[in-house]
Design a protein around this ligand. Structure first.
Ligand code: ATP
Length: 199
């Protein structure tokens, strides 16, 4: 598995559609300060489901949409598309190439797609969770983040290892099931009360 292409439009400093083509192996992005190198990495994290605005170096999610420059008006939507080569079957999906995309509208709506089909954030997270990629960004070490990892508490360090080992997915599933169970219990209690009232 490797990242094949990343297409960005309307995301941060990338107003026009811009496509990066990657080859297997090491890729370097070189440019002057402030030219948007970190924005490329932000786009990668974002399309993989990143929800933390701080991790995206913004104040609110809308900040990822191109805000305009002196010569160019702000845009109404940000869109990022990532194509992953899956010919080795690392991702649990029957396609040798997988394209995930995320769109955010300034009006508030947001969309995710997997190979052109509408998907939920959860589907993207599940698809990527065993691959070593994913929204927790532990595979993306940004500027200054090395310190955070070196200074992590034992609990945080355990979280990193759990994600790498693919345990986090099951922990999330367990939490979802527990929430469902709790609401079922509340429904059952209500039903019991009603039955007692009727008798
Ligand atoms: P450095 O090497 O200094 O870290 P960099 O090449 O990584 O810089 P980035 O931090 O990726 O640069 O890009 C910063 C630029 O992106 C700034 O010029 C900033 O104004 C621009 N930018 C960020 N968000 C938006 C946005 N929503 N709309 C337009 N421009 C944006």
């Amino acid at each position: 598995m490797y990242l094949k292409t990343l297409t960005i439009r309307g995301f941060k400093s990338f107003a026009s559609k811009t496509t990066f083509e990657f080859e297997p192996g090491v890729t370097s992005v070189i440019g002057p300060n402030g030219s948007g190198k970190s924005n490329v990495v932000d786009a990668l994290a974002w399309v993989m489901g990143e929800q933390g605005v701080k991790n995206l170096r913004g104040g609110k999610m809308e900040d990822v949409i191109f805000a305009g420059t002196t010569g160019r008006a702000p845009l109404g939507r940000a869109q990022v598309e990532l194509t992953i080569d899956n010919s080795d079957g690392t991702l649990p999906i029957d396609y040798s190439e997988v394209t995930i995309s995320r769109t955010l509208f300034r009006s508030g709506g947001s969309e995710y797609h997997i190979n052109g089909e509408a998907a939920r954030l959860l589907d993207i997270q599940e698809l990527l969770s065993d691959s070593g990629l994913g929204r927790e960004m532990h595979v993306i070490v940004g500027q200054g983040q090395l310190d955070r990892i070196l200074q992590a508490t034992p609990e945080e360090r355990r979280g990193f290892i759990e994600e790498a080992a693919g345990i986090l997915k099951h922990r999330r599933r367990k939490e979802r099931s527990e929430r469902k169970l709790q609401s079922m219990r509340a429904n059952l209690d209500r039903l019991r009360d009603l039955t007692e009232e009727v008798h």
